[in-house]
Design a binder for this molecule. Structure first.
Ligand code: ADP
Ligand code: MG
Ligand code: MG
Length: 256
């Protein structure tokens, strides 16, 4: 089943009207892991932010359907409630709010949207406790204020914990690997792998190949100049890249 379908998506920076996305096409089915790679400045984060409804950008053309609904019509909160989770390159601190309370609020908001029962603080603690192992964190992680004084690795783990708690169908992980040492990277990768299911899909955005040694994507896409390109490479380059990616990751390569 198709989860996300992006067609000819174009977008500009709201303030300057500078065009960043030049016709992005991407189809993600349930259970797939897609990686988008590409040089710094190619538009990867812009694409992720446009999907999450970031106000810095204006969509000027194309369509995005999520579970068959028009995503572009939804407010950012609605997108998240609909099941899109977006990890941030620099997660914000929320002083005075404990991680447990924050996660509980986010969880209950999604449950309400789904018409499912909410959990009180004690029941929620039991629920979230069961997820801590996944991100290799101790209980005190829940009592600390959201991201306050967290190391880079802890912030990334916290993002994955949020994802685990919310159970979003589509996780967009933008440079979840940046600034992590190998241990933290492996922890994060293990956690993401632990969350994969036939229903959940992940869009991994990175400009390093390292992460893809631990998380095996179903498809790798290359973004360049605001497009995920099909056959823009010459035949020889295409074959070389395809062979390289196949050798390295033993996986099919999409849209190259
Ligand atoms: P990537 O994530 O692939 O490194 P980005 O999407 O962050 O690329 O950026 C693509 C291009 O758009 C870059 O040239 C960047 O400077 C520019 N850009 C993106 N967002 C903004 C913004 N809010 N204001 C100004 N320039 C931006
Ligand atoms: Mg960048
Ligand atoms: Mg980026």
């Amino acid at each position: 089943k198709v989860l996300l379908e992006v067609k000819d998506l174009t977008a500009v920076i709201a303030e300057s009207q500078q065009r960043i996305l030049n016709g992005v096409n991407l189809t993600v089915h349930e259970g797939e892991v897609h990686a988008i790679m590409g040089k710094n400045g190619s538009g990867k984060s812009t694409f992720a932010k446009v999907l999450s409804g970031h106000p810095d950008y204006e969509v000027t053309g194309g369509t995005v359907a999520f579970k068959g609904e028009n995503l572009l019509d939804m407010e950012p909160e609605e997108r998240s409630l609909a099941g899109i989770f977006m990890s941030f390159q620099s997660p914000v601190e929320i002083p005075g709010v404990s991680n447990a309370d924050f996660l509980n609020m986010a969880y209950n908001a999604r449950q309400r949207k789904l018409g499912q029962p909410e959990l009180g603080p004690i029941e929620f603690f039991t629920y979230v406790y069961s997820k801590l192992d996944l991100v290799n964190m101790k209980t005190d992680f829940l009592n600390r204020n959201v991201n306050e004084g967290f190391s880079g690795g802890e912030r990334k783990r916290n993002e994955i914990l949020q994802l685990a708690v919310l159970g979003a169908e589509l996780a967009i992980l933008d440079e979840i690997d940046s600034g992590l040492d190998v241990d933290a990277l492996q922890d994060v990768a293990k956690a993401v792998n632990g969350l994969l299911s036939p229903q959940n899909s992940v869009l991994i955005i990175t400009h390093y190949q390292r992460l893809l040694e631990y998380i095996k994507p179903s498809y790798i896409h290359i973004m360049e100049n605001g497009r995920i390109f099909d056959c823009k490479l010459g035949r020889v380059q295409q074959l070389t890249l395809r062979r390289y990616l196949l050798q390295k990751f033993t996986m099919p390569v999409g849209r190259i």
